[in-house]
Design a binder for this molecule. Structure first.
Ligand SMILES: Cc1cc2nc3c(=O)[nH]c(=O)nc-3n(C[C@H](O)[C@H](O)[C@H](O)COP(=O)(O)OP(=O)(O)OC[C@H]3O[C@@H](n4cnc5c(N)ncnc54)[C@H](O)[C@@H]3O)c2cc1C
Length: 861
């Protein structure tokens, strides 16, 4: 074993081998994989080997599609077969709600370049005759599904990596990880120590233990999982003989079952409600190529439904039941990327579908390590998406919830209950007493809306408008006409201080930094000129002669942004960044009476001239030391008031008492989001994401190309010079009783006109494939994009996609935001657009100016 390597990958499961292969392919050959036992000694060897492209997150779906395409390539390079069976598969809906869910998935597929099709139960039965089709109302067909040999596939990655120069060391456990002052890692193994620049945790079942070696508790937990194999079945043999085809894969939501042909019989697996974690605290190091004791009672309820839905299978004898553990993160997606707070420590773990996702994970991570950027929008699987609140016990509760709901529908207004409440502000009990319906905002309980007194504060979950519609409307109208108060503790808050803080922020942000006492809004770009952040920044008065800036951003992106800030901090420690998290909480008041209200609580003049729009001031509110921003996300006259948690009850009480004479109401996050819609304001992670450029995102006025040389400036200048291909726009939709949820296709009546190729980007600088399957690399926004193909209906074409939307209560319109080709972005004609909501195309019209207060006069008064 060599003693030095550029990178050491720990773990020889399918994920570690894929990471090794991709690193070698990217040109890093001084790399080694260290495996405790033999390859596939974790969960990889006993997997059912199924693969598919569908995923709730379109960007993760795209990486799954890449994984499936990759198998041919690694077979060719390695000479090792993956035993690929591309059978196609169906998802079966047993109720109209599940059919709505499939319609949504199918609609998304329209711009993802997926060839899914909605079919009847009888059509599904023709491809899988063991089912009783009368149990179902419809189905969705996906041709890119199948199964493979898990062990062969892992070895194919490994052999391909070796051929490219990578080294694999077997039967050698990594026992300790330490880091030198210069950043070099000591990878201490049973056979000696390897000095490495980078370490990758691909420990699968032991990923948590490897995390602990560097002081990190990763939110990952292994669950027991069972599937059964039947004896050979004459019906299967007969079907194969008469059609010349293999039976397809079937996913039955109701039975929580997946099933497919395995040799001459059937494989049937379940995600049972009565699920069971495996080794919830410590994974034993001596666990080898072992299976767990099957527990048929646990999966009996699923089998009962399964046998009713697939009577053909019930008759067959069971040959074997496999029970094995594999790992999950809280939301079922992987944990990939550099761990915030550490240098060159990377993760590729919690990959629950290694044979659908392993290739994409390997590609994104190797891009990140070699080029400093994943090249794709990998937020859906970024290890930074969970905070410190995701402790061992929190993870246990959430993973069990996620596993047991694997095949359940998640409605757009559905909040999941496990592990809650976790973090609460001092106002939590008060909000409950006010009949608030609470939601989980990055682990923090946050009021969503207030149910009328006497009614149960609970969402009726639905794809359609629901029981919150009326109360949110009231909250919005009262705020817009009088004044409302809401909690905003869930925003991210940072302080940047030290000599040169202004220069540092000017280098990171696209806008100029404000003068003392003023606020700016500013996006942040990566080197590719893609949007990686959107912030509100205020310059506070200097303290101890040092410059000081307050920054507010997206709650969920706190670790993601801290990772970026830390990467760019000067090494001499002159600049400090403090993330407040819940040590700073907030309240926002908005509406025409908000100034009169606030004036009653402060001892300084806050008249229009004395405290202008976009001013920032430290002042006492209701007797509590606070920071106040004259700006709110409602787009109305309003204020954000920030205080230490110890003062929050005092300030809230003062606001409530002073607000009585003005008709003050409480409003929640959903009313706030409704108000931002009628102002055409974008949201982070919806409208603004790393797949879009700042001009595509219509953020033009915040991009000061003429100021200093900020990160991403060159690429942004190029985007402006060439003109963006896409544009973010707002629509008014003629909706019925359901509004858009996000990811719906946008149709346009383009007739014979050509508005250019319409593509949804997923990455930049990421691989794309030409018609012959050859990889094409580049670095513009369209790389890695899904060309919208074959989606033409007479004069109509799919030209874009929705990013978010909902009902704008004050202007009484259903609204949506999304991306369309630039040539269409200012065309406000009626009859030009339609947006597909739950499978029905609804007329839509672009609205260039926001329907509420287009001149912005109200927020400036
Ligand atoms: C019953 C069952 C059915 C499944 N069906 C499917 C399916 O149909 N489709 C699908 O895509 N997925 C399926 N899976 C999930 C799939 O198995 C996993 O997604 C995949 O195996 C994850 O691979 P991995 O490389 O991350 O982890 P692992 O396979 O667990 O590999 C981790 C490796 O790291 C090594 N290691 C750990 N710690 C150290 C250390 N300190 N030093 C050296 N080496 C170390 C281990 O020995 C192990 O070999 C199934 C899993 C089970 C259990």
């Amino acid at each position: 074993m060599k003693s030095h390597a550029k990178a050491v990958v720990i773990g020889g499961g399918v994920v570690g081998c894929s990471v090794l292969y991709h690193l070698a392919k990217a040109g890093w050959t001084d790399i080694m994989l260290i495996e405790r036992s033999e390859l596939t000694s974790g969960s990889s060897w006993h997997a059912a080997g199924g693969f598919h492209t569908l995923n709730g997150d379109p960007n993760v779906a795209k990486l799954q599609a890449y994984t499936v395409q990759l198998y041919k390539e690694i077979e060719e390079i390695s000479g090792q077969s993956c035993s690929l069976h591309l059978t196609g598969g169906v998802m079966m809906a047993d109720t109209p709600e599940r059919m709505d869910f499939l319609r949504l998935a199918h609609a998304k597929g329209r711009y993802l370049g997926m060839d899914t099709e909605l079919i009847t139960p009888s059509e599904a039965k023709a491809m899988f005759p063991l089912m009783d089709e009368t149990n179902f109302v419809g189905a969705m067909w996906d041709p890119v599904e199948g199964h493979l040999d898990p062990s062969g596939t892992t070895h194919a990655y490994a052999k391909a990596a070796r051929k490219l120069g990578a080294e694999i060391v077997l039967r050698n456990r990594v026992v300790e990880l330490t880091q030198e002052v210069d950043g070099t890692w000591n990878v201490v193994t049973e056979q000696g120590t390897v000095k490495a620049e980078h370490v990758v945790n691909c420990g699968g079942l032991w990923a948590r233990e490897i995390g602990r070696m560097v002081g990190v508790e990763l939110p990952v937990l292994a669950m027991e999982h069972m599937y059964l194999l039947t004896e050979p079945m004459p019906e299967v043999e007969e079907f194969n003989k008469s059609t010349g085809r293999e039976m397809i894969g079937v996913l039955d939501f109701k039975g929580e079952i997946y099933t497919r042909q395995e040799r001459n019989g059937i494989l049937l697996g379940t995600y049972e409600k009565a699920c069971k974690p495996w080794s919830p605290v410590n994974t034993p190091w001596d666990f080898g190529h072992e299976l767990l004791q099957p527990d048929i009672d646990r999966i009996a309820p699923s089998l009962e439904i399964g046998f009713k839905h697939f009577p053909g299978i019930e008759k067959a004898g069971i040959k074997q039941i496999i029970n094995g553990p594999f790992t999950f993160a809280l939301d079922g997606n992987p944990l990939v990327g550099p761990v915030q707070g550490l240098t060159n420590f990377w993760c590729a773990c919690a990959v629950m579908a290694g044979f659908s996702q392993g290739g994409g994970v390997g590609l994104a991570l190797s891009n990140w390590m070699v080029h400093g950027d994943p090249g794709f929008d990998v937020w859906g699987m970024d290890v930074a998406r969970f905070g410190e609140w995701a402790t061992l016990r929190y993870t246990n509760a959430k993973v069990r919830e996620n596993y047991s709901r694997r095949f359940s529908i998640r409605f757009p207004n559905e909040e999941l209950p496990a592990a809650r409440p976790a973090q609460t502000t001092p106002l939590y009990d008060t909000m409950l007493a006010n009949n608030a319906v609470m939601g989980d905002s990055w682990g923090l309980e946050t009021p969503l809306w207030f149910a009328p007194r006497g009614s149960e504060p609970k969402d009726v979950v639905s794809f359609h408008r629901s029981n919150d519609f009326g109360p949110i409307g009231e909250e919005v109208r009262a705020t817009r006409e009088k004044v409302g108060v809401t909690e905003i503790a869930n925003f991210a808050k940072y302080e940047v201080s030290g000599p040169g803080a202004e220069d540092f922020l000017n280098r990171l942000m696209t806008n100029r930094m404000p003068k003392t006492g003023r606020i700016v809004l500013t996006p942040m770009l990566n080197e590719f000129g893609r949007l990686i952040g959107d912030f509100t920044i205020a310059k506070a008065s200097p303290r101890g002669g040092e410059e000081r800036f307050m920054i507010w951003g997206s709650s969920a992106a706190q670790k993601y942004h801290m990772r970026w800030f830390e990467k760019h901090l000067p090494k001499d420690g002159s600049i400090r960044i403090h993330r407040f998290d819940q040590t700073l909480v907030g309240l926002s008041i908005a509406g025409p009476k908000s100034r009169d209200l606030l004036q009653k609580l402060v001892d300084v003049d806050i008249s229009t001239k004395a405290f202008r729009f976009m001013d920032f001031r430290e002042m006492a509110v209701g007797g509590a030391p606070c920071m106040v921003n004259r700006i709110t996300y409602t787009g109305d006259l309003g204020y954000e008031i920030w205080m230490a948690p110890a003062y929050q009850r005092l300030v809230y009480k003062a606001i409530k008492e002073a607000g009585e004479e003005f008709g003050l109401v409480d409003f929640g996050m959903r009313a706030l989001l409704s108000m931002r819609l009628e102002k055409n304001f974008p949201t982070w992670f919806r409208e603004l994401r790393p797949i879009y450029g700042p001009f595509e995102g219509s953020m033009d006025r915040f991009i000061k190309l003429e100021k200093n040389d900020f990160i991403g400036r060159e690429a942004a200048a190029k985007e402006r010079a060439e003109g963006p291909k896409l544009r973010r726009v707002s629509f008014i939709v003629d909706a019925a009783d359901a509004d858009v949820m996000g990811d719906e296709p946008i149709w346009a009546k383009v007739g014979g006109k050509d508005y250019g190729t319409v593509e949804k980007p997923h990455g930049y600088g990421a691989p794309r494939f030409d018609a012959g399957g050859k990889e094409v690399r580049g670095s513009n926004a369209a790389e890695g994009a899904s060309a919208v193909r074959g989606i033409v209906d007479g004069d109509w074409r799919v030209v874009g996609w929705v990013t978010s939307g909902g009902y704008a209560h004050y202007v009484e319109k259903s609204m949506a935001q999304g991306y369309v080709p630039v040539a269409l972005a200012e065309n406000e004609s009626a009859g030009l657009f339609e947006i597909e909501i739950l499978g029905h195309r609804r007329p839509a019209r672009i609205n260039v100016e926001p329907p509420f207060d287009p001149s912005g006069e109200k927020m400036r008064t």
